[in-house]
Design a protein around this ligand. Structure first.
Ligand code: RIB
Ligand code: CA
Length: 328
């Protein structure tokens, strides 16, 4: 059973990713760490607890991480995720103090004790802080899967940059560099694949039919996100980036890509851009696996079969679900 730490900035799509991870019995989730991104890390930690309560997994510990990027001023994404980070659902808070241990301390203590993979769904500030202090610990991370970056797809917060790596470009740069020095590959689940994962009103209605309780929760936190996508991109539906990173970790066959050396620009108008050396100009050892194709229908069935339950509490089997094309 793979041991995993989820590093995130919940955030609406992070919340859906946490629902998926919490419903996946093959994962041993050692803890959740939050980082300032969509919302400040402390708000994200409270949101993570709200999602774990919904998922029936309140025992999973949540640690508050870095409140600001390594070097540049913090810019949140509350315009997209709402003032509470969960689509202005303003769900009741989960009482109780958070651990004194910070996210970076938790990561360091855990990786000293045992190996654990990391699924990163937000800016990479926590990981960069950890690896700056303890570069040796990268060898204790079997897989580092990061939702972030883009290869051929355009950016979502500048013409060339994706938010997680734009929000803290120095952290992203450092993580790709550390992976290069360790001879490892960061598995980059970027916009090239996540843009194909769209939660549509049809799909939302279908989810509510299959599992009214979970469907209602998903509708409650995604309404704001749907409005944002109509307002700014004139699309009906919302791109849910983060759940694909969790699904890909669990089922790598859902995506395809290639190995490459990747660097991250930190200065000027291209700040946060992932420069993927797909043609091997620089003749450098690959430090990344760049995902470029995904089976969106396969993801949909995987996602729904994991997070939705029948009235008797059992899960729907993928083969019991409508064919994705019926729900387009
Ligand atoms: O660019 C999309 C990514 O930035 C997602 O992880 C979203 O939650 C935000 O963190
Ligand atoms: Ca995120």
């Amino acid at each position: 059973m793979p041991k995993v730490i989820l590093d995130c900035d919940p955030g609406i799509d992070d919340a859906l990713a946490l629902l998926l991870a919490a419903a996946s019995p093959e994962l041993e989730i050692l803890g959740i760490t939050t980082v300032s991104g969509n919302v400040p890390a402390d708000m994200g930690a409270q949101n993570a607890r709200k999602v774990l309560r919904q998922a029936g997994r309140p025992e999973i510990p949540v640690y508050i991480g870095e409140m600001a990027p390594l070097e540049i001023p913090y810019v949140d994404a509350m315009d997209t995720h709402g003032r509470d980070g969960l689509g202005e659902s303003f769900l009741p808070e989960v009482p109780g103090p958070f651990p004194e241990t910070s996210a970076v301390e938790f990561l360091e203590e855990t990786l000293e004790r045992e190996e654990a993979s990391i699924i990163a769904l937000g800016p990479l500030t926590n990981l960069a802080r950890l690896f700056r202090k303890r570069p040796d610990l990268v060898r204790r991370v079997p897989r580092l899967v990061s939702m972030g970056g883009n290869f051929r797809s355009h950016g979502n917060c500048s013409p060339v940059a994706e938010y997680n790596y734009w929000c803290d470009p120095e952290a992203a740069r450092d993580c790709f560099q550390v992976m290069a020095e360790a001879g490892k590959k960061l598995e980059m689940v970027g916009l090239d694949v996540t843009r194909k994962i769209v939660l549509t009103p049809n799909l939302l209605s279908y989810m509510e039919r299959l599992d009214p309780e979970t469907g209602a929760f998903v509708r409650k936190i995604t309404g704001f996100y749907l409005d944002f996508h109509w307002e700014y991109e004139r699309i009906i539906g919302c791109v849910i980036n983060d759940p694909l990173a969790v699904a890909y970790f669990l089922e790598p066959s859902l995506c395809r890509g290639f190995d490459s050396f990747t660097a991250v620009e930190t200065q000027g108008i291209c700040r946060g851009q992932t420069v993927v050396d797909s043609m091997d100009f620089w003749k450098k050892q690959p430090n990344s696996h760049i995902l470029t194709e995904t089976n969106a229908g396969g993801f949909q069935r995987f996602f729904l079969s994991r997070i939705l339950r029948k009235p008797d509490g059992t899960h729907w089997k993928p083969e019991e679900l409508a064919r994705p094309e019926w729900l387009a």
